[in-house]
Design a protein around this ligand. Structure first.
Ligand code: NAD
Ligand code: WQD
Length: 344
């Protein structure tokens, strides 16, 4: 039987590469578009090693409307799109707002236009818990009001959500969309063939931890232990990237089955919050490494605590995470060791 083709923009990236693997293993035919602006060809090799087949790949910029048209024309019979391609560094977005608005909002506009031209009607969009800002109550549901973004990156996610909500109610619209609001993705594929590849000094907690344990960084700074949380450090909902990838398979299937409303929003998290110090302790347990860290000042812009209410995604999307934090951190550590082995 012919596999159903799904275009995966940003499919060489951290989350996209895991989604490509899960899509293929669920019987879909993923087709990757990426310009390697924040990824490397090695991700494609990793995917091939895991799956034992080459996944079709187009090295193009999603903002290039002619190139996107050429991909849709060449591939033919695309049934849906998962749009991961975006810039994602919060701090950098403050330095380069125009680049972020152009890449993140512009690529969505181009994509939706080309999808319409080619009659492709199913879209899964990568949104983020960043749209909730500092929430007034925890856990956050999909009904929790979004707050004014505190970075251009966050603003691009809110704008993209607004655009897709507006498109959904426009007369004659055929596009059906699922907005997935990811909490904090961590971990790597169990094979350690794909994982997160941060360029330069990582901003995110888990890559910083694994690089410190591997001796690439001297010491981790815990950004504050005076928050109103169980141990004073910030609380996040850390979701295993393989679980997160599976949420996309479920979402695509839901769209293709014609279930649900024209546009729907789901949180993708575990429903559990963990502090930074808990993450460190869990990492130490699973890796057997003592982590060098000290507590420093708060980081500007940090949300003190956020985690997902997953009632809606369980009940309506039929999606639930299965991995524990320990399993996720163990896979991150295995991936770090794989990187050490190949990079020396
Ligand atoms: P990533 O940077 O690893 O992956 C994004 C991929 O898109 C990269 O491979 C990059 O080269 C590619 N890309 C960027 N702009 C492109 C363009 N114009 N044309 C073609 N390819 C382009 O990031 P990720 O962590 O995998 O994130 C994927 C998506 O999920 C992003 O939209 C991000 O904003 C969103 N998200 C990420 C997180 C997180 O913490 N990682 C959390 C919430 C939401
Ligand atoms: C996690 C926790 C830090 C590094 C960011 C984006 C968000 C989303 C996910 C895309 C925080 C603490 C971190 C360090 C530390 N991305 N920390 N020392 O800030 O929750 O979210 O990525 O949509 O939009 O803002 O993730 O991994 O940077 O931080 O103590 O060296 O770890 O303070 O509490 P964050 P993070």
């Amino acid at each position: 039987m012919e596999r159903t083709k799904i275009l995966v923009t940003g499919g060489a990236g951290y989350i996209g590469s895991h989604a490509v693997v899960e899509l293929y293993e669920a019987g879909f035919q993923p087709v990757i578009v990426d310009n390697f602006s924040n990824s490397q060809e090695s991700a494609l090799t990793g995917i091939e090693t895991i799956l034992g087949v080459k996944v079709p790949f187009h090295r193009i910029d999603c903002n290039d409307v002619e190139a996107m048209r050429a991909v849709f024309a060449e591939e033919g019979s695309l049934r849906g799109v998962i749009h991961f391609a975006a810039y994602k560094a919060v701090g950098e977005s403050v330095q380069k707002p125009l680049e972020y608005y152009h890449n993140n909002v512009g690529s969505l506009l181009t994509l939706v236009q080309v999808m319409r031209e080619f009659g492709v009607e199913a879209l899964v969009f990568s949104s983020s818990c960043t749209v909730y800002g500092i929430p007034d109550a925890l856990p956050v549901t999909e009904q929790t009001p979004t707050k004014k973004a505190n970075s251009p990156y966050g603003a691009t996610k809110q704008m993209c959500e607004d655009i897709l909500n507006d498109v959904a109610v426009a007369p004659g619209n055929k596009l059906r969309t699922i907005l997935l609001r990811y909490f904090n993705p961590v971990g790597a594929h169990a094979s350690a063939q794909i994982g997160e590849l941060p360029l330069g000094v990582p901003n995110n907690l888990v890559p910083f931890i694994t690089q410190t344990a591997a001796g690439l960084r001297q010491e981790l700074t815990v950004y504050g232990d005076d928050y109103d949380t169980p141990d004073g450090s910030c609380v996040r909902d850390y979701v295993h990237v393989v679980d997160l990838a599976k949420a996309h398979v479920v979402a695509v299937q839901r769209l293709l089955d014609g279930k649900g409303a024209t546009v729907e929003t789901f949180n993708v998290g575990t429903g559990q919050g963990n502090t930074v110090l808990e993450v460190i302790r869990t990492f130490e347990q699973v890796s057997g490494q003592k982590l060098a860290y000290h507590v420093g000042p708060r980081r500007a812009g940090d949300v003190p605590a956020i985690y997902a209410d997953v009632t809606k995604s369980v009940a309506e999307l039929g999606f639930k995470t299965t991995a524990t934090l320990a399993e996720a951190l163990q896979s991150s550590w295995k991936w770090q060791q794989h990187l050490q082995a190949i990079n020396g």
